[in-house]
Every structure is written in structure tokens, then in C-alpha cells.
Design a protein around this ligand. Structure first.
Ligand code: 4HQ
Length: 231
């Protein structure tokens, strides 16, 4: 998958995109992320990308011109897929939507806003869908864009090993993760549950399922509604 991230802070992306699974996916050519500096498209004297809001009020608004030009340039360069604007006004991203994007889209344009947001006319002209990562306010859309890229990349063929992709089932299966333990067997007096040392794989699987159900019932009962005999 090929993703263009349109931002006025391109330097925010490199660390996250170079580490761990995303770094390897890019090295292997499974994922291509291009940071596009919106400022480079500004037609103004000092390459400004924002201005005062009509109607007054605090803060600044990102102007339409450099955004629309940056998206149109990306389109000419082969980004024919959806243009997503990261915004708390969008539908909240879910694992189901993540899977859908990974399966249906071959390339994406992610628009990251700052300040009080983007001139509505840029949204009308070039944005296909607004997506939120949750009901809280960030300073910009870069972190949400990275969240979306990370979640989508996990579904691209070859990005996760076969073991890891089964691990994805812990949430996709609709339950929260069971507790994990590694060495040492005793840490500060706390021991590892005996069943995990038993070597009995059926018992281990049953214990993990029971723990996942218990934790889900305690913390996220909403995830259990509609599952196996629940309501
Ligand atoms: N922002 N999910 C404001 C977010 C956000 C979110 C991005 C802050 C857009 C203008 N984006 N800018 N939550 O809080 O996606």
C-alpha cells in the first residue's frame, strides 16, 4: 500500500514510521509512506499555510489553496484512492473499518490539520471521508494519521508473521487480551499461573479464554453483548 501524508510538520512522522513493524514493512516494500509538506504548495510570500478565521474567534485556520494543490498534485502522481481527513468530527476508527481500508484501498491520501482546523471548502473539494481516532482533542492530525497507518499496515500481506497475525485475533475475536507472562517464574514474590508451566495446551487455551472473558466482562462488558448467549 502507498500512503501520502499531507502535513505542515513532516518531521513528526519519521520516527514512528522507521521503528518496529512499520520500519520493516517499509524496508521490505510492503508499505510506502510519503510525507508531503503542505507548505511547499503555498502560493503566498512566506509560504504561509494559515490565516485568521472569518467571523472572528481564537486561533488560525489552515487555508484551502495549499491543501487543495497538494492533494491535486498527489492525484497526478498516482494517488487515486480515498483522501481521508483526520478529525474529531469524523466517524471513530474501528478495527472493522481498519480491516476494510486495508482490504479495499491500494493507496491513500491522509490530510493532517493543525490549529482550529482546515477551511471547509478544502474539505468539500478534496476530502472523501473524515476519520477520528477518538473523542479527545489533539494538536494536529499527524498522530491520528500514524495510528491509522499502524493499524492498517498490520493487515497488509506479509507485514506480520503467521504467529503475530493469529495474535490479532485477541481483539478481532472481540475479546480483550488474556494476561501474558515471561521469565523469570518468580518476580518480586509474584509467580506465574501454574497452568502456563504445565505443558498441557488444551488446559492453557481454556485458561486463556476464561481470563479473556473475565477481563472483558469486567472492563468492557459492551464488547460481550451479542456474543454466545449474551443478550
Ligand atoms: N485533531 N482524531 C484538531 C484531533 C483528531 C482526533 C486533528 C485535532 C485535527 C485540526 N483527529 N485537528 N481526535 O483531535 O483525529
Amino acid at each position: 500500500m502507498k500512503i501520502a501524508v499531507l502535513t505542515i510538520f513532516p518531521e513528526m512522522l519519521s520516527g514512528v514510521l522507521s521503528a518496529s513493524i512499520l520500519g520493516r514493512a517499509r524496508e521490505e516494500g510492503l508499505l510506502c509512506v510519503e510525507a508531503v509538506d503542505i507548505r511547499a504548495f503555498s502560493a503566498r510570500k512566506h509560504k504561509n499555510t494559515d490565516d485568521y478565521p472569518f467571523g472572528g474567534g481564537a486561533g488560525m485556520v489552515m487555508t484551502a489553496q495549499p491543501i487543495v494543490d497538494a492533494v491535486e498534485d498527489a492525484r497526478k502522481r498516482g494517488y487515486t484512492g480515498k483522501c481521508l481527513y483526520m478529525s474529531p468530527r469524523g466517524k471513530t476508527l474501528t478495527q472493522e473499518r481498519v480491516r476494510q481500508i486495508a482490504q479495499e484501498e491500494d493507496n491513500l491520501i491522509l490530510l493532517c490539520g493543525h490549529y482550529e482546523g482546515v477551511d471547509q471548502r478544502a474539505i468539500e473539494l478534496v476530502v472523501d471521508e473524515e476519520i477520528s481516532i477518538g473523542d479527545f482533542v489533539l494538536t494536529g492530525g499527524e498522530l491520528p494519521a500514524l495510528v491509522l497507518i499502524d493499524a492498517v499496515a498490520r493487515h497488509l500481506p506479509g507485514v506480520l508473521g503467521s504467529g503475530e497475525s493469529a495474535q490479532d485475533e485477541s481483539f478481532s475475536g472481540g475479546l480483550l487480551e488474556y494476561p501474558q507472562y515471561t521469565r523469570p517464574r518468580v518476580f518480586r514474590g509474584l509467580t506465574v499461573p501454574e497452568v502456563l508451566l504445565s505443558g498441557n495446551h488444551a488446559d492453557i487455551e481454556a485458561w486463556r479464554r476464561e481470563q479473556a472473558l473475565k477481563i472483558t466482562a469486567e472492563r468492557r462488558p459492551d464488547l460481550l453483548i451479542g456474543k454466545e448467549g449474551m443478550q
